[in-house]
Design a protein around this ligand. Structure first.
Ligand SMILES: Cc1cc2nc3c(=O)[nH]c(=O)nc-3n(C[C@H](O)[C@H](O)[C@H](O)COP(=O)(O)OP(=O)(O)OC[C@H]3O[C@@H](n4cnc5c(N)ncnc54)[C@H](O)[C@@H]3O)c2cc1C
Ligand SMILES: NC(=O)c1ccc[n+]([C@@H]2O[C@H](COP(=O)([O-])OP(=O)(O)OC[C@H]3O[C@@H](n4cnc5c(N)ncnc54)[C@H](O)[C@@H]3O)[C@@H](O)[C@H]2O)c1
Length: 534
C-alpha cells in the first residue's frame, strides 16, 4: 500500500521496517509492493483511506492499523491532530492552566499564604501553550508512524466514489504532496497523488459558525483567531454562552481582561440542566465576568485597529451597544461538508450539513464512512475517538458496541468546572420509555474538599426506571459544577452507560476525603439512604 504519483518524477521510498509484530510486517510488505506499482504509474491502493487527521480521523487510523489494515491518512494542514490538538481542546486547556493558577493564588490568603498577582505574562502563556501543542502533534506523528500509517499532506477530494478513489493535491503554497512514513521524514511525491481504497473514512471536521448578521472580520474573531492572539485584550465581548464562550471568558478574565458575555437566554450553558447553568453563571460573575442575559445581537461594527462595537437588544427590548477591543463569536460550529465533491458522494445529509450514518459510522454510499464533527451529535473529541475505534473495528468485520450519544459526558473547563452526562429532569420527564423520574440535589458544601476549595458548586442526579426494566431504578443523568467536575463525570458516565442499578452504584466506596466522595454521597441521597446530608 502506497499512494501513486500522478506525475512520476519522484519514486516514493518505503518506510523503515519495524519488526514489532507480524501484522506490521504485512503492512510494510504492502507498502513495498505498491511503491513498486507506483513507480510504474499504476494507482496506489490502501485498505483504508481517511480524510482528516483530527480525533475522528486519527483514532480510526490507529485502530485500523492495529487490526492489520493498510492505512493512508490525508491531512491538508501542516500539523496533525485537527481542531482538537491545534485549535481546540489542547491549546485552550493549556491556557486554562494559567486560570487555575490565578484561582489558587486568589485563594492563597485564606490558607495562610501571603501571595498576590503582580502581573500575568501572556507571552509566556502563549509559549507554554505552543510547546504543549507541538509536543502533542509531534507525538501523534510518531505514534502514527509506529503503527505503520502512511500520512499524506495535501488537499483530498473523493474523485470517484464508486471506485473509492481519492485524489490528493499539493496545497498551502507547496507544489508537492508530502508523504510521511517515518515521523519527521517527508518525501515529495508529486503534485497530485491518487489512492484507491476498499474503504474511505470522511473525517473533515467543522469550523466556527459566523453570526447571522456579520461574518468574522477585523476585531470580530472566532476561537481559532482567539487562540492566535499574542496579548490579552483589555476588554472583550463574548457572544454565546456555550463551552467556547465560557472557556475564553475564564482564560481572558484570569489574564486581567474585562469580559462581558452577551447571552441569548437567562444563564450560561442554557442547553444544560438548569441548576448547573445557574450555579456556573453565579460563579462566573463572582470572578468578575459581566454577563448580560436575554440579549439578541443586531449588528457589529468593526474596523482595522478600531475594536468592535456590538449592537444588541436587551431583555426589555431596548437597543444597546457595547464597545470592546475584541468581540469573540462562539455560537457553535458547522460541519465541513459543503465542498462540491462531498455533496456528490451520494451520502445523506441533514439540514445542518451533517452526514447521516448508522450507529457504526457507515453512510448510505457503499464503502464510505463518516466520523467526528461531520456527523450529528455532540461535537467532542472524546466521542470522535470512540466513533473512530468503532468504525475501524466494524470495517475489519468485528462485532463491536456503537457509541451511545446519550451517555457521552461533556465538560466545560471553567473555574469551577461544569460537567454533564445523560438527560436533564425536563428531558427525562418527556421520554415515554421512562417512569418514576425524579431528581435529587446534593448540597456540595457538605463535602470537605469542596469546603476547602473556596468555590461554590452544585450536583444533581436524575434517576428513574426504564419501562423495559420495571422496578429497577437507574441513574439517567448527572450534572455537576465543582472544581474537579471533569474527574467525577467519568464515573457517572460508566454508571449511566452500563445501566448500573442505583442501589448497586450507591453501595460503592469512594476514597476519603475527595471531591469524588461527593458523587458517592449524592448517589446515597438519590437512593434514599443519605449519610452526611439530611
Ligand atoms: C476552542 C475549542 C475547544 C475544544 N475543546 C474540547 C475539549 O476540551 N474536549 C473535547 O472533547 N472537545 C473539544 N473541542 C471539540 C473538538 O475539538 C472536536 O470535536 C474534534 O476536534 C472533532 O474531531 P474531528 O476529527 O471530527 O475533526 P477536526 O478535529 O476538525 O479535524 C478535521 C481535520 O480534517 C482536515 N481536513 C478537512 N478537509 C480536508 C481535506 N479535504 N483534505 C485533507 N484534510 C482535510 C482539517 O484540516 C482537520 O485537520 C473543542 C473545540 C474547539 C473549537
Ligand atoms: N470543553 C469542551 O468539551 C469544549 C470546549 C470548547 C468547544 N467544544 C465544542 O466545540 C463546539 C462549539 O462550541 P460552542 O461553544 O461554539 O458551541 P455550543 O453549541 O456549545 O454553544 C453555542 C452557544 O451559542 C448560542 N447561540 C447560538 N446561536 C446564537 C446567536 N445567533 N446569537 C447568540 N448566541 C447564539 C447558544 O445559545 C449556545 O449558548 C461544540 O460542539 C462544543 O462541544 C467543547
Amino acid at each position: 500500500m502506497t499512494p501513486s504519483t500522478a506525475d512520476t518524477t519522484h519514486t516514493p521510498q518505503t518506510g523503515a521496517n519495524d519488526p514489532d509484530t507480524a501484522d506490521r510486517n504485512t503492512t510494510e510488505n504492502d507498502v513495498q509492493a505498491t511503491a513498486n506499482a507506483a513507480a510504474s504509474g499504476a494507482p496506489g491502493t490502501a485498505d483504508v483511506i481517511i480524510i482528516g487527521s483530527g480525533p475522528g480521523g486519527y483514532a480510526t487510523a490507529l485502530r485500523a492499523a492495529e487490526l492489520g489494515r493498510s492505512v493512508v491518512l490525508v491531512e491538508r494542514g501542516d500539523a496533525l491532530g485537527g481542531t482538537c490538538l491545534n485549535r481546540g481542546c489542547i491549546p485552550t486547556k493549556a491556557l486554562i492552566t494559567t486560570a487555575r493558577a490565578v484561582d489558587a493564588v486568589r485563594q492563597a490568603p485564606n490558607v495562610g499564604i501571603d501571595a498576590t498577582i503582580t502581573g500575568i505574562d501572556f507571552g509566556t502563556m502563549v509559549t507554554y501553550k505552543n510547546r504543549i501543542v507541538r509536543t502533542m502533534t509531534e507525538g501523534l506523528r510518531g505514534l502514527l508512524a509506529h503503527r505503520g500509517v502512511v500520512v499524506l499532506q495535501g488537499e483530498a477530494t473523493v474523485t470517484d466514489p464508486a471506485r473509492r478513489m481519492v485524489t490528493i493535491q499539493a496545497n498551502g503554497g507547496r507544489d508537492q504532496v508530502l508523504c510521511f512514513r517515518k515521523a519527521g521524514v517527508s518525501e515529495s511525491c508529486g503534485t497530485t497523488v491518487n489512492v484507491q481504497a476498499d474503504d474511505i473514512v470522511l473525517a473533515t471536521g467543522s469550523r466556527p459558525t459566523p453570526l447571522p448578521c456579520h461574518d468574522f472580520a477585523g476585531a470580530l474573531i472566532d476561537s481559532t483567531q482567539a487562540l492566535s492572539l499574542v496579548h490579552v485584550p483589555a476588554t472583550a465581548t463574548i457572544i454565546g454562552s456555550g463551552s467556547i464562550a465560557v472557556e475564553f471568558a475564564t482564560i481572558w478574565s484570569a489574564g486581567g481582561c474585562e469580559v462581558t458575555m452577551l447571552i441569548r437566554h437567562g444563564r450560561a450553558l442554557s442547553h444544560w440542566d438548569r441548576r448547573s447553568g445557574t450555579t456556573l453563571t453565579r460563579e462566573l460573575k463572582r470572578r468578575g465576568i459581566h454577563i448580560i442575559p436575554d440579549t439578541q445581537i443586531t449588528g457589529v461594527d468593526v474596523g482595522v485597529n478600531l475594536g468592535a462595537t456590538v449592537h444588541y437588544t436587551d431583555a426589555a427590548g431596548q437597543e444597546r451597544t457595547i464597545f470592546s477591543e475584541l468581540a469573540l463569536t462562539a455560537i457553535g460550529r458547522v460541519p465541513n461538508t459543503d465542498d462540491a465533491w462531498c455533496r456528490a458522494l451520494g451520502v445523506d445529509m441533514d439540514d445542518d450539513g451533517h452526514i447521516v450514518t448508522d450507529a457504526y459510522g457507515r453512510t448510505k454510499a457503499s464503502g464510505i464512512w463518516a466520523v467526528g464533527d461531520i456527523t450529528r451529535g455532540p461535537g467532542l473529541a472524546s466521542r470522535a475517538f470512540a466513533q473512530g475505534i468503532t468504525i475501524a473495528e466494524r470495517m475489519a468485520g468485528h462485532d463491536c458496541t456503537p457509541v451511545d450519544d446519550d451517555a457521552v459526558a461533556q465538560v466545560v473547563f471553567s473555574s469551577p468546572e461544569a460537567a454533564t452526562v445523560g438527560c436533564t429532569m425536563e428531558q427525562a420527564r418527556d421520554r415515554e420509555d421512562l417512569d418514576h423520574v425524579r431528581e435529587s440535589m446534593y448540597p456540595m458544601l457538605s463535602n470537605a474538599r469542596m469546603l476547602m476549595s473556596g468555590s461554590a458548586g452544585s450536583m444533581s442526579i436524575v434517576s428513574g426506571e426504564r419501562r423495559e426494566q420495571p422496578g429497577v431504578e437507574v441513574v439517567l443523568g448527572v450534572h455537576i459544577v465543582a472544581p474537579n467536575a471533569s474527574d467525577m463525570i467519568g464515573e457517572a458516565e460508566q454508571i449511566i452507560a452500563n445501566r448500573i442499578p442505583l442501589d448497586r452504584a450507591s453501595s460503592l466506596t469512594h476514597p476519603h476525603p475527595t471531591f469524588s466522595e461527593a458523587f458517592g454521597e449524592a448517589l446515597l441521597l438519590a437512593d434514599g439512604r443519605p449519610l452526611h446530608t439530611r
